[in-house]
Write a protein that binds this ligand. Structure first.
Ligand SMILES: [Zn+2]
Length: 416
């Protein structure tokens, strides 16, 4: 693999501009998590960039040390949120919660940043809100617009804010789900959000929680798209600089444990709920502000690699076949960090047709449909999309009768 020249090493913190120290965890040079390969591309050089985490000693933000240009990751995006039932329910509930908080506002406007194929925007519409999305992925924006979900096919920048204000007015809700942690220049985003947000509006973001990653050792949430590993404390540090205050937080199950954080303009109408300080205290107790905590995490992650390799190699030595289920971004981190190959994992099943008939980034394992799995059941099936394990197993439980053993990879290989 070749390291592309247009990636860059981050010298200063994304949130507070402090000089960043050397990484505490290095996962190696990795391809982009969603750059699935066609058969023709297998013989070509593949893009790769170091995947390493560093820790800001001033605002305590954990972040990637190298940044890949966003156009490489987000202009054509394979992750379609509508493909999973779990997300349908999740965003339905999400829109309902936002609408309830805005119950005093008549016909509120909601703007979803990184709206993907428009699932949340359409959930807002179900709650009788005016709603639109902004997403840089041409394929997804086009699909959303075709379905009648207004989607501006751009990055969320000052120009887009002017366009929205002119056509629709100020926004009462601005949301960004699994997008705020993906943006390099979040300071500009904060500035633009404040510009677009009504004085009684809410800025809502959802992201996988740093403490979940530390507690459950789910290091597979580390990949190039995911630039920041956010704590409430670090986020408030950033928000302080832009006149935003966190007023409520919901703990949600997505990605093994995420936070939905509500913020308002300083002096806004919402009461600050007790959970905000509770979580900040929890972060302090968990050692989120100390480099030692991250060094321990790094050792644990390296131990997981040894355990998983040992598990797979033992299965192979017994003549068993091993396959995977789910090729989300996170699977690439596990597979490539553990340096697995097609010799160890024969194929990976994924229900997203855009990924099928392709090969996984880096390891080049073929991605197949569940029909293939039914016709060629392995002895061991590793559920790489472990956060959807329940939904996946309900679909393929009949394979147990054929002797297939289901395994989740983290925090250590376990039969389920
Ligand atoms: Zn910082």
């Amino acid at each position: 693999m070749t390291v592309a020249v247009d990636t860059y090493k981050k010298e200063t913190c994304r949130y507070c501009d402090e000089h960043l120290p050397e990484p505490f965890l290095e996962l190696g040079a990795m391809p982009l998590a969603n750059s699935f390969l066609t058969k023709q591309q297998l013989s070509e050089d593949e893009f790769a960039c170091p995947l390493s985490l560093t820790f800001c000693p001033k605002c305590f933000l954990v972040q990637l040390s190298h940044v890949v240009p966003p156009d490489m990751m987000f202009r054509h995006y394979l992750y379609v949120s509508s493909t999973t039932k779990t997300f349908h329910e999740h965003f339905g509930q999400y829109a309902k919660e936002v609408r309830e908080k805005l119950s005093d506002v008549e016909c509120p406007l909601a703007v979803d940043i990184g709206s993907n194929d428009g699932l949340l925007v359409s959930s807002y519409q179900d709650q009788e809100m005016r709603a639109l999305g902004v997403d840089p992925a041409e394929n997804l924006a086009e699909e959303a617009n075709r379905k009648g979900i207004i989607t501006i096919n751009k990055y969320f920048d000052a120009e887009v804010v002017t366009e929205i204000k002119k056509e629709f007015g100020v926004a009462h809700a601005i949301s960004g789900n699994n997008v705020f942690a993906h943006i390099d220049d979040v300071q500009s985003v904060c500035k633009n959000v404040v510009d677009l947000l009504a004085d009684d509006g809410l800025f809502v973001i959802e992201f996988p929680y740093l403490v979940t990653m530390l507690d459950d050792l789910v290091f597979d949430m580390i990949y190039h798209e995911h630039l920041s590993y956010i704590s409430v404390t670090a986020l408030q540090f950033l928000y302080d600089r832009y006149g935003l205050d966190i007023c409520d937080i919901k703990q949600v199950a997505s990605h093994g444990g995420s936070l939905r954080v509500y913020a308002q303009k300083k002096g806004g109408p919402y009461t600050k709920e007790a959970i905000v300080d509770e979580l900040k205290n929890k972060e302090k107790e968990r050692g989120c502000f100390s480099l030692e905590t991250y060094k321990t995490f790094s050792n644990q992650v390296n131990q997981i690699k040894s355990d998983l390799l040992q598990f797979i190699n033992e299965a192979k030595a017994e003549g068993k076949t091993v396959a995977g289920y789910g090729a989300p971004a996170k699977s690439g981190t596990i597979i490539n960090f553990c340096e697995l190959t097609q010799d160890q994992v024969t194929y990976i099943v994924d229900d997203n047709p855009l990924k099928q008939n392709h090969f996984s980034p880096g390891a080049q394992v073929p991605i197949v449909s569940s029909t293939y799995l039914n016709d060629n059941p392995p002895d061991v099936l590793i559920i790489f999309a472990w956060n959807f394990a329940k939904e996946i197993i309900s679909k393929i439980d009949h394979l147990r009768e054929k002797g297939v053993k289901f395994v989740v990879p983290l925090p250590k290989p376990q039969l389920i």
